[in-house]
Ligand binder design. Structure first.
Ligand code: SR1
Ligand code: MG
Length: 419
């Protein structure tokens, strides 16, 4: 296969013959494609994902499809998302070494990325559903959000470089449009692709009948679409993280775009909270201890974020923002400015968190935390707690002034019978 060949989706049967000429893949897996064992394992919403195993090792081949896999070819989606995923992966690798899988090959025409096969890693969401703990999870993802956020912004980057990169990523229109619709807008009216668990209607009515809530969500959409503070992962939920019991990697940044610093950590927090609220549907004996651990992960993630952001502020503040020339060189501490900025990032994260909690129960793409609770009579009351907490976060973000206040609120909602 050459870069000039027209795009064609791979199959497990054709992959060996078509990709045998990629030296780095053959070098990792073995030179003879007839010895490759290829399986298509994609269970996400968008792409083909193949595990390729050979006598020398294994690789992942991820290929974009020209439509949304979850919906079918009635929803076309540009192949260019593979290009943005590739460029996001290279930036994340540079800004937080070791955080993402190694990329071995990129083919723009075929919209495919060949990368490291992470093993024995599993998708974090499945581990949380299974009640498994991951050592160092909070620290690792707190560092990831702080490093990619800080180092991808003009706190650190030269403005010319950052602005050129904003230009590059501004070509990614259709993928952010998914987030703009599915995440920020669709939950708050009867959008065509929405679905929800039977029994939730009284709670949904509260949300959809509240213009103040809708206005807050739209205010966050304005920030999301208009702020180019940093390069976001853009889809940092627990399905975009792979982990063992003590190693954590971030995958799937195809939703990468420039946006507000608080976005990634806010979305991640929502997914921890959905893991938290769904736990009674998955376990009995160790329920309270496991839920406590999930809230500790949230607090620990923000603690790691703040500590790393502060370290980078003190040591890598080389961009045009908050320059030492204005502060330290004048004998003025910049600590208060940093604290104020961190407070704003926190506020954005809290609001984004609430919105993400809503969309995963009301919009198109639900998550397995709740969906794997087969009985709607068990699922609905747990989703109702999640929805009401999301509402609190959006409406009262300004009053929730710390990660501890947020986890206290989660405990309160977890004790309420909403339906
Ligand atoms: C149509 S895509 C639905 C969702 O899957 C991705 O993982 C994103 O979260 C997107 O919103
Ligand atoms: Mg994904």
């Amino acid at each position: 296969m050459t870069a000039k060949d027209a795009y064609e989706p791979l199959t497990a049967e054709t992959l060996g013959a078509r990709l045998a000429g990629i030296d780095l893949l053959a070098g990792k897996v073995g030179p003879d494609p007839t010895q490759w064992d290829v399986q298509e394992v994609g269970d996400g919403n968008l792409n083909l994902v193949f595990i390729v195993k050979g006598p020398q090792g294994a690789a992942i081949v991820k290929q974009a499809l020209p439509y949304v896999r979850l919906v079918g070819d009635s929803w076309p989606l540009p192949l260019y998302r593979a290009f943005y995923e590739y460029h996001a992966l290279t930036r994340e690798a540079a800004r937080d070494p070791g955080a993402v899988p190694e990329v071995w090959h990129f083919d723009e025409t075929q919209a495919l990325v060949v990368m490291e096969f992470l093993s024995p890693h599993r998708i974090l969401r499945q581990k949380l559903i299974a009640g498994e703990r991951v050592d160092g999870l909070a620290e690792r993802l707190g560092l990831f959000c702080a490093r990619t956020g800080f180092r991808g912004s003009e706190l650190s980057m030269k403005s010319a470089d950052k602005k050129a990169d904003v230009g590059l990523f501004s070509g990614n229109v259709e993928i952010p449009a998914i987030t703009e619709g599915l995440v920020f807008t669709d939950p708050y009216f009867e959008a065509e692709l929405n679905n929800h668990t039977p029994g939730l209607d009284p709670v949904i009515k509260i949300l959809r009948d509240d213009p103040a809530l809708k206005a807050r969500a739209q205010r966050m959409l304005l920030k999301f679409s208009a702020n180019t503070e940093t390069l976001l992962h853009g889809d940092l939920h627990s399905g975009s993280v792979m982990a063992t019991e003590d190693d954590v990697r971030v995958i799937d940044p195809e939703f990468a775009q420039y946006g507000p610093l608080g976005f990634d950590i806010g979305m991640l927090t929502a997914n921890y909270l959905m893991a938290y609220f769904s736990q009674p549907g998955h376990r009995g004996d160790d329920l309270a201890a496991y839920q406590d651990w999930l809230l500790e992960v949230i607090e620990g993630t923000f603690a790691a974020y703040e500590a790393e952001f502060t370290r980078l502020w003190d040591n890598e503040r080389t961009g045009m923002l908050y320059p030492a020339a204005l502060f330290e060189d004048q004998g003025h501490s910049s600590a208060a400015a940093r604290t104020e900025l961190l407070a704003e990032i926190w506020q954005d994260a809290v609001s984004i968190c609430g919105i993400e909690m809503h969309r995963r129960c009301l919009s198109l793409a639900h998550n397995a935390d709740f969906e794997e609770i087969a009985d709607p009579a068990i699922r609905a009351p747990l989703e109702a707690r999640n929805l009401m907490m999301g509402r609190d976060l959006i409406l009262n973000a300004a009053k929730i002034d710390s990660p501890r206040a947020l986890t206290d609120l989660a405990r309160q909602h977890n004790g309420k019978d909403v339906l």
